[in-house]
Write a protein that binds this ligand. Structure first.
Ligand code: SF4
Length: 261
C-alpha cells in the first residue's frame, strides 16, 4: 500500500480493506497487545464497559470514531489482553454492570489479542461481550468466525454501510469488489450458530430509498428475518463526523439543518 489512507474524499484512491487491515495491524498490534486510548462505561446498551481501541480497515466519511482511526500512529498505548480485561472489570465493577465491548475501531483487527481477551471474558462475571464489526475480516476468513463461535458470551453486531458495490466504495473508500464480504460474514455467523443481528447506515440523508431496498433484498436473500429485524442507524453529528463529512465534500451545516448543543 503506497499511501496509508486517512480521511476520505471522493477522489481518494480506492483500497483493498483486507490489505488496509494488515497495514493497520502493523501499527496497532504488537504480539498479543493492541493500542487503546481509554477505558470507561458508556451509556449505550444501558451501560457497557468499553475499551476504546485504535484502528479500522474502512474509511467511512460518516464515521464517528476519534482521530485515532485516521492517525493510528499518533494515538493510544499498547495493552495486553489481561491489561484490557482488568480495565474492563474495574469499570464494570464501579457501575455494577456485566457487559463489555471494544469500540472506536474495528475490534476484529489483532485477531490474537481479541481471542485471548474473549477467553478471559468467557470465564469471568461478564455475561455478554458485544462485538461490533464491519464484517470485513469475518467475511474474508471463515475460520475467524469458527474461532469466535467457541465463545458463549459473544454477541455480534454486523454494521453494513451500503446496499450496492458502488455506494459501498463511495462511502467507505474500499474497492467495490469487497462489498460482498460483510454479507459473507453474516452467512458464516449463521453457519456457525453465532448470536448476532445486523445494523446498517440507512440514514435517508446518506442512503437513497432505492439503495435501501437493494440492501433489504440482499438480506432477504440470506434470511428474511435479517431484513425484518434490521437495526437502522442514523448519522449523528459527532465532532469527527462533522469534519470528515466536510472533507468528503458534504456541507455538515446543510446536512444537519439544526443547531448543535
Ligand atoms: S464507521 Fe466503523 S467501519 Fe466505518 S470507518 Fe468508522 S469505525 Fe470503521
Amino acid at each position: 500500500m503506497k499511501h496509508y489512507p486517512r480521511m476520505l474524499t471522493p477522489n481518494t484512491p480506492r483500497f483493498n480493506p483486507v490489505e488496509l487491515a494488515k497495514v493497520t495491524e502493523s501499527i496497532v498490534c504488537r504480539n498479543d497487545s493492541r493500542k487503546y486510548t481509554a477505558f470507561y462505561v458508556a451509556g449505550v446498551y444501558r451501560g457497557i464497559s468499553t475499551g476504546y481501541a485504535v484502528g479500522c480497515c474502512l474509511r467511512c466519511f460518516f464515521c464517528w470514531s476519534g482521530w485515532s482511526r485516521d492517525f493510528p500512529e499518533l494515538y493510544g498505548r499498547f495493552y495486553t489482553p489481561r491489561d484490557v480485561f482488568k480495565r474492563l472489570c474495574e469499570a464494570a465493577k464501579e457501575y455494577r454492570i456485566r457487559k463489555a465491548r471494544i469500540s472506536g475501531c474495528e475490534p476484529t483487527l489483532c485477531r490474537g489479542h481479541l481471542l485471548k481477551l474473549l477467553e478471559l471474558v468467557e470465564s469471568s462475571e461478564f455475561n455478554i461481550f458485544i462485538l461490533e464489526t464491519n464484517g470485513i475480516l469475518f467475511g474474508a476468513d471463515k475460520s475467524y468466525v469458527r474461532d469466535i463461535s467457541k465463545f458463549t458470551k459473544v454477541y455480534v453486531r454486523v454494521s453494513l454501510k451500503a446496499g450496492n458495490p458502488r455506494a459501498f466504495s463511495h462511502r467507505t473508500g474500499a474497492l467495490p469488489d469487497f462489498f460482498e464480504l460483510p454479507f459473507k460474514a453474516i452467512e458464516y455467523l449463521i453457519d456457525y450458530g453465532v448470536r448476532f443481528h445486523v445494523a446498517a447506515m440507512t440514514d435517508p440523508r446518506i442512503m437513497p430509498a432505492g439503495e435501501r431496498v437493494e440492501l433489504l433484498n440482499r438480506l432477504r436473500d440470506i434470511d428474511p428475518k435479517l431484513a425484518k429485524y434490521l437495526e437502522e442507524e442514523l448519522c449523528d453529528p459527532y465532532d469527527a463526523t462533522i469534519v470528515r463529512m466536510s472533507i468528503f465534500g458534504i456541507d455538515p451545516v446543510k446536512f444537519y439543518k439544526y443547531s448543535l448543543p
